[in-house]
Design a protein around this ligand. Structure first.
Ligand SMILES: Nc1ncnc2c1ncn2[C@@H]1O[C@H](COP(=O)(O)OP(=O)(O)OP(=O)(O)O)[C@@H](O)[C@H]1O
Length: 265
């Protein structure tokens, strides 16, 4: 896939290519601006108008790049689900969150209101959200970032998409919510058997969830391997630099915490 800004001609992703199989999680890592988010949005065909893309995006034999906009809309949600950094942006601020669930599930499955409520309530229970019916009547601004992310995960549990793309899903959360949302994402994979693309700056999160890793820099894939190989084997100099930067951060953190040992999970 190639992605460029057609107003300036600037290429932001050069001929990148990767695949993720059902049941596996591929992490995309790299510094800010390396092209992780535009790649995720290109798979969903959700980049802004000025961004253009070429190449194939195959999902179970269907080339998403060839679909009409109407067919692509039908694929989003049903077959592909995007969990973004900021849960708030996924919802319409002027409606209760339950209406987003109803619209999405009605559009893809045609279920009745009561079917949707009972399926969502069950899924919300499984991501440890209490009192789901009351929560569905709340507006997005009345809920915390962690709750909104867990609601998106609950929706994904009900939709059972083939591929879930989680783009920095925990980076806007406090440490406790981050931990909980990660646990739920790990459970979501196990429950639905979906394929997952997980984007994060945080290599300890990547190590916990990913089977495979793609390392990007300046719009190019530098390295692609299993998580075990990337963390232990011979690595590209840039990947080593990313890992060492993280270890340095951890050491600084430990020193500031009075010499407490920080253990990498
Ligand atoms: N809507 C846009 N219009 C023009 N250029 C864009 C747009 N979105 C992203 N870019 C450019 O594409 C490149 C890759 O950006 P992208 O957001 O994918 O990086 P990233 O690796 O996800 O970074 P971060 O970790 O900070 O989110 C950057 O040079 C960015 O300026």
């Amino acid at each position: 896939m190639r992605i460029w800004d057609h107003t300036t001609g600037k290429v932001v992703v050069y001929n990148s290519s990767f695949q993720v199989s059902q049941g596996r999680c591929l992490a995309i890592v790299g510094e800010s601006g390396s092209g992780k988010s535009v790649t995720c949005r290109a798979i969903m065909r959700l980049n802004t108008f000025k961004m253009r893309q070429s190449g194939n995006i195959r999902l179970n034999g269907v080339d998403l790049a060839e679909l009409s906009e109407a067919d692509m809309r039908r694929h989003r949600g049903r077959h592909l689900c995007l969990i973004m950094q900021n849960g708030m942006r996924a919802f319409d601020p002027s409606s209760p969150v339950g209406s987003h669930f109803r619209d999405t599930l009605w559009q893809h499955y045609g279920w009745s209101r009561s079917q949707i409520t009972s399926r969502m309530a069950k899924a919300m229970g499984s991501v440890r959200l209490q009192d789901p019916v009351a929560l569905m009547n709340k507006y997005p601004h009345q809920l915390s970032g962690g709750m909104l992310q867990r609601m998106m995960i609950a929706l994904a549990i009900v939709l059972e998409p083939t591929l879930i793309i989680a783009d920095e899903p925990t980076s806007a959360l406090d440490t406790l919510s981050q931990y909980e949302v990660m646990e739920q994402l790990i459970a979501l994979r196990a429950e639905t058997g979906c394929a997952m693309i997980f984007v994060s700056h945080d290599l300890s999160l990547v190590q916990r969830i990913a089977d495979d890793i793609v390392v990007m820099r300046d719009g190019e894939i530098l390295e692609h391997g299993t998580t075990a190989d990337i963390f232990s084997g011979t690595r590209h100099e840039y990947t080593r630099h990313l890992l060492e930067a993280k270890q340095r951060l951890n050491r600084n953190f430990s020193n500031r915490m009075g010499g407490l040992q920080h253990v990498d999970r």
